[in-house]
Design a protein around this ligand. Structure first.
Ligand code: TXA
Ligand code: MG
Length: 312
């Protein structure tokens, strides 16, 4: 009798091995959040600076509430958006036995319940919270397919199993909101936008993404970068470039063109962004040129990832 892959994943996670799992946002590199040894493997495999804390994924609200103190805003957002692509930064419960490596020694903790049936299944079977950053080496483009994960980590023995759940539907990392202080702050834009959040927590945001660099070290300016130079908001292209187009009238003249969304649909563009960047990040081109993306709705998160990818 063969073991079902999800059971195998849960079994390995409980024993402190690393497993790549699909989520609705991007693929996660998961480890037992209670184990320093397991979490250390994540930092080592990703080559991630250890001062950059991880998101802890929970199977349900009960598990999440055993790790952090939820105020009224937090409960409202959890009820409205979980499972889903929203991460809450909350005061950590002092006695919660989460690895200090996973929280980078902070008194706060990042929590989310992912909305992917396979992730939820594995979380339920393992019955432990899972620390899971995106399953890619630090500073490279996040993975939205199992193939992306395999390509980056194929030579590594540290990654015990990759669970293939098909392409990620959202395609961008979760929105991160910090509720640990008096006024809520948006630390990372995502599919769930400020406008989506405001009805649940009122007007807030004195957003200063730059100021958050200190608080959320993961918001380092350079991130998600392809190896080719990236040029944003281009108005023309040449035959040495690859073009990442948007909308019904792609610029002409590039060596190769991929269109994020022919119908100019930002949700579709978000879902395609990382996989198209992966595909165009190829030495046959001199650079990747990107057409302008409107700065509203999910466009804000797309432009956030693009500008990080373009900064050196
Ligand atoms: O969609 C996602 O969130 C994916 C999937 C796998 O769930 N995960 C992900 O993890 O994007 P990662 O490690 O790439 O991003 C985690 C971010 C980092 O920017 C980190 O600095 C921030 O969360 N973070 C974690 N704990 C924090 C804390 N206590 N305070 C502030 N920021 C925190
Ligand atoms: Mg990441």
């Amino acid at each position: 009798m063969s073991i079902h892959p999800f059971e195998k994943a849960a079994y390995l996670l409980q024993r402190d091995y690393l497993v790549a799992i699909p989520t609705e946002t991007v693929y996660g590199l998961a480890a037992n959040a209670f184990s320093d040894q397991a979490v250390a493997k994540i930092y080592s495999l990703k080559n991630r600076p250890i001062f950059n804390p991880l998101i802890i994924h929970c199977s349900g609200l009960e598990m999440a509430q055993s790790l952090a103190n939820f105020n009224e805003h937090a409960l409202k957002l959890a009820q409205a958006f979980w499972p889903g692509p929203l991460t809450l930064i909350l005061p950590k419960k002092e006695q919660a036995p989460v690895s200090k490596l996973a929280t980078a020694g902070l008194q706060t903790i990042a929590l989310r319940i992912p909305a992917h049936p396979i992730a939820l299944k594995i979380l339920g079977l393992a019955n432990i919270p899972l620390a899971a950053p995106s399953a890619n080496p630090s500073e490279t483009i996040s993975p939205t397919t199992a193939y992306h994960v395999e390509k980056s980590f194929k030579t590594s023995k540290e990654l015990s199993l990759i669970i293939d759940g098909g392409p990620c539907l959202v395609g961008l990392e979760s929105t991160i909101i910090d509720l640990s202080e008096e006024s809520p702050k948006l630390l990372r834009p995502g599919k769930i936008t400020q406008e989506d959040l405001i009805p649940f927590i009122g007007e807030f945001f004195n957003n200063s993404l730059e100021a958050e660099v200190i608080k959320a070290p993961g918001q380092l300016k350079r991130h998600y970068a392809p190896s080719l130079p990236l040029e944003l908001n281009v108005q023309q292209v040449n035959e040495k470039q690859a073009l990442l187009a948007f909308g019904p009238s792609p610029l002409l003249g590039a060596k190769k063109t991929l269109n994020l969304s022919v119908s100019a649909n930002l949700i579709e563009a978000a879902a395609n962004l990382f996989s198209m960047l992966h595909e165009l990040d190829n030495t046959e081109f001199k650079s990747i040129a990107v057409m302008p993306i409107p700065q509203y709705g999910v466009g804000i998160a797309i432009n956030d990832r693009l500008s990080r990818a373009a900064s050196s």
